[in-house]
Each structure stands twice: as C-alpha cells, then as structure tokens.
Write a protein that binds this ligand. Structure first.
Ligand code: NAP
Length: 363
C-alpha cells in the first residue's frame, strides 16, 4: 500500500535543534521533509553545504535532505505548495522578528509547531507536553477565529522542565496534589544552541546562571497544568515552584534535582513508584510513532540516572528518574533526566505534531 505522507518544512533546519528534526524525521512514517529554511547566510546553498561545518549529529546528513536548497525563512515566495505544516526551530536576534515570522506562516494557512518561546505566553496558544495536556489543542479553533488565521500555532515548553514535570503530573493525576517544588537543574551545553557557550567557560566548570531559564521553569508548568477558560488558557496557580538553573559540562541531557511538598495526602514510596510505572498518556494510548512506550522509567540504582547512560532511553523520549528518598524538610526528593534536544526540543515537537495529526488538526 502506498502511504501518502504529509509534506512538511523545518524553519531553522541548520541549527542545533533543526538538525535533530532532520535526523528524527529521516524515516518518519507520516511526515516528509520537502522544505528546509534558515538565515539569509544559508539560503541558496544545498542543505549539505549549509550544515557541513556545523553538523553535530552521529549520522551522516540524511540523503532525503542533502540536496534540498535552503530557503530564507522569510522568503515566502519560494514556499512549496501543499505544505502541511512547519516545525519552527528558528533563532533570530530579535524575539519580535520570530513572532512576526510564525504569525505570517499561521496567517498563510500553514500550522506552526514551534520550539520557540515567543508564543508561550500568548493565552490562546497551547503549550503542549503531549502526555500532560493534549486537550489544550481544543483552543486551536478559538485562536484561528481570534487572529483570522487559516493555520495555527502550538508551542512546546522550555527544555528545562521536561525532565520532571511528567513525573509530577502523574502524581497529581493520581490524586496527590502538589503544593511546592524546589527544582535545581544541571543543564547540558547543547541547550544553548550552536556554537553555544565558549569551551573555556564550560570545561572544568559550572555556570550558575542561564538567562531567563529560572523564570521559565517556575512559570511554564502553571500554564501546562492550567485549563481552557473562555478564549484563553488560565494557569493553575496552586503549585509554587522555586528554581535554580545551572549549566554543566555535559553535551546532551538535562538533569534536575526535585524536592516535593504535597498539599495534604502524601503518597508512600511504593505508591509513587507504582504511579510512575503505570503512567500512560494519550500518545501511548494512540501508539504515536515517536511516543515512548513507558514515559517515566524509574531506575533503582543509587547512582542513576546519568546523562551519558540514560538520556537515550526509548529513543531519547523517555524521562528517567531515580533516587526517590524522604526529604526531611519537604516530603520527597528525587533526580530526573531528559534528553534536552530530543524530548526537550525536536522529539517533543514531533510528538506534538503526531498528536495534532491524530486529533485531525493537521491533514
Ligand atoms: P541555533 O543552533 O542557534 O540555530 C538557529 C537556527 O535559526 C539556525 O538554523 C539559523 O540559521 C537560524 N537563523 C539564525 N538567524 C536567522 C535569521 N535572521 N533568519 C532566519 N533564520 C535564522 O539554535 P537552537 O538551539 O537550534 O534553538 C532554536 C530554537 O529552539 C530557539 O528558539 C531555542 O530557544 C529553542 N530551543 C532550543 C533547545 C535546545 O536544547 N537547544 C531546546 C528547546 C528549545 P543559520 O544556520 O543559517 O544561521
């Protein structure tokens, strides 16, 4: 049987996240890359020539994109026809330029599945983690009507919170309401894009500050756990989060140390482990192509999870947790890890697009 794939584009295809899109989509069963776009410096070159000096992946540049000619993200005249949607992993000096670009695609009828932060706080733009808030896509028709767009925009959250939020959500869903969280992240250098943090700042060192990251870690979960009300998504303000975000000399994989205080009922260790083991979301129920079979993997060994050993669990899409132990100040504490450029960026974006296709929003 011949399967007709949805034709798609990648904006920012030459960057750190864009390259992961290219790698993960090389043999995707539903989506076929027909358009790669980047800055005016890359435009006009073949994809291979545009990335050959900054290709970071452990496979050769995939054949399906090697000879595609890179388009300037803002050259709308060269857009291929029948584009089903685009992934946006574009970075530009001014945030308002990225917003203008994403709005323009949505206005032209091309849905945008974005990694960028510019629309995360637009009330009618859903910020999706497919296992947590797949129902937030119901805001899409409201968004389209309000902006008079034929397309639409969905975003995924910052990579720093992917490692722990699903584990916290699973406990909330099981009826154990969370009151407070203290989060300390140890974030990989690939999170800063290419070429990222200078090597002399990073080797043999830890940088105790990442601009804007703590605010995102403290606020974005509230929208993800929120509800659609009227023409926007209203935050769940019942959880208080305090975050410290650091950059560590790890290539890929954001680790987080989490302390949890529950509101009233406190689960036992056995209950927490059982909840994590049994947790499944809509992506698992629908068997979406990139969905991890088990979204939360708990490792018993005291010295796990570790970025180098555990970031690729289930194609880099699973969250790996460990070291669940009593907290003498709060109730419980644990360590969580997720692959920042896969689960936290391109893989998370692809899973969102698979969800949108399964829900009928992209065709
Ligand atoms: P990056 O490595 O710096 O790549 C940026 C991309 O944007 C490149 O393709 C670049 O093209 C293109 N670009 C730069 N200036 C442009 C312009 N003026 N017009 C059009 N395109 C332009 O950044 P990244 O780490 O991949 O991040 C991309 C986006 O994903 C950012 O919004 C970032 O915040 C977000 N994100 C990143 C991560 C992560 O772990 N890295 C995780 C979650 C979200 P050229 O190659 O031609 O310069």
């Amino acid at each position: 049987m011949v399967v007709t794939k949805i034709k798609i584009g990648v904006l920012g295809a030459t960057g750190a996240v864009g390259q992961i899109y290219i790698k993960l989509l090389a043999n995707h069963p539903w989506f076929e890359i027909v358009d790669v776009a980047a800055s005016p410096q890359s435009a006009g070159k073949t994809y291979y020539n545009a990335v050959k000096d900054k290709w970071l992946q452990d496979i050769f540049v995939p054949e399906n994109v090697r000879n595609l000619v890179v388009r300037d993200v803002q050259d709308y005249t060269k857009l291929p026809k029948d584009l089903g949607f685009v992934f946006s992993a574009v970075e530009m000096p001014k945030k308002e330029d990225i917003k203008a670009v994403e709005d323009r695609y949505a206005e032209m009828g091309i849905p945008v599945v974005s990694n960028n932060s510019v629309h995360r706080w637009t009330p009618d733009v859903p910020m999706l983690i497919a296992e947590i808030n797949p129902d937030h896509t119901k805001i899409i028709p409201i968004q389209q009507k309000k902006h008079d767009w034929k397309g639409f925009i969905v975003v995924k959250p910052n990579c720093s919170l992917q490692s722990y939020l699903t584990a916290i959500f699973a406990l909330e869903k099981a009826g154990f309401k969370v009151d407070k969280l203290i989060i300390t992240t140890l974030q990989a250098v690939s999170g800063a894009g290419y070429p990222g943090v200078p090597s002399l700042d990073m080797i043999d060192n830890i940088v105790p500050y990442i601009g804007g990251e703590e605010e995102k870690t403290e606020k974005e979960p509230l929208k993800i756990l929120g509800k659609i009300q009227g023409d926007g998504i209203v935050n769940d303000e019942s959880i208080k989060i305090s975050a410290t975000c650091t950059r560590v000399p790890v290539v890929d994989g954001h680790t987080a140390s989490i302390n949890v205080k529950f509101k009233d009922k406190v689960p036992s260790k056995e209950e927490i482990l059982q909840i994590w083991k049994e947790f499944k979301g809509i992506p698992q129920e629908l068997n979406l192509p990139l969905a991890p079979k088990q979204p939360i993997i708990y490792l018993d060994d005291d010295n796990r999870p570790q970025p180098r050993k555990d970031r690729m669990n289930d194609k880099g899409m699973a969250i790996t947790v460990g070291r669940l132990r009593k907290d003498p100040v709060f109730d419980w504490k644990f360590i969580a890890l997720s692959h920042n450029t896969i689960r936290g960026a391109a893989g998370g974006g692809i899973l969102n697009a698979e969800l949108l296709k399964a829900q009928g929003y992209i065709k």
